[in-house]
Design a protein around this ligand. Structure first.
Ligand code: FES
Length: 168
């Protein structure tokens, strides 16, 4: 059965526990996220406010805003690839579902997930297995935690995207 989807862009719902700290009323400030008409479904843009880079992505579930920093090692997700709800990081093959906040694929470097469980290094099909670097570099990989995505609430007002971020 076909799923009815609105034909106009909407702000995506996200798990409440993944709301970014400092974005509740009284603490947040609103920044412009550009015109939603210039952000067709499947596209992303970066908006910068002070030293905060925000990724705005138009997914099949609606428009969503998170840090433009991979939850692994902070690479800009805005230059990754968006396929449906899933954004692929330009480094280390990490893939993240922007509609649910879930990690779809851990980075090739392995490490800890948000709960602290260890995941080993891995290699994409057809590529030589990665050899762990010796010493502290391997330790750093092992102890690097893929954090949870944090969402900035947003609204679409007369075609403009308004994003609530912590006040600076
Ligand atoms: S920085 Fe994104 S997967 Fe490593």
């Amino acid at each position: 059965m076909a799923i009815d989807r609105p034909t106009f862009p909407i702000a995506a719902a996200f798990p409440g526990e993944l709301r970014a700290p400092g974005t509740d009323a009284g603490h947040a400030q609103t920044i412009g996220g550009g015109m939603v008409g210039d952000l067709p479904e499947g596209s992303m843009r970066r908006v910068t406010h002070g030293d905060l880079d925000v990724l705005i992505a138009h997914t099949p579930g609606g428009v969503v805003a998170i840090d433009d920093r991979c939850p692994h090692m902070s690479a800009p997700l805005s230059i990754g690839d968006l396929d449906g709800c899933v954004v692929a990081c330009p480094l280390h093959e990490g893939r993240f579902d922007l509609c649910s906040g879930e990690v779809v694929q851990m980075p090739t470097t392995g490490g800890l997930d948000a709960e602290g469980a260890y995941h080993p290094t891995w290699s994409p099909a057809g590529k030589e297995p990665k050899v762990d670097p010796p010493g502290r570099k391997a330790e750093a990989r092992r102890f690097t935690r893929v954090r949870r995505l944090r969402y900035y609430p947003l609204r679409i007002v007369e075609g403009r995207i308004e994003v609530d971020v912590p006040a600076i």
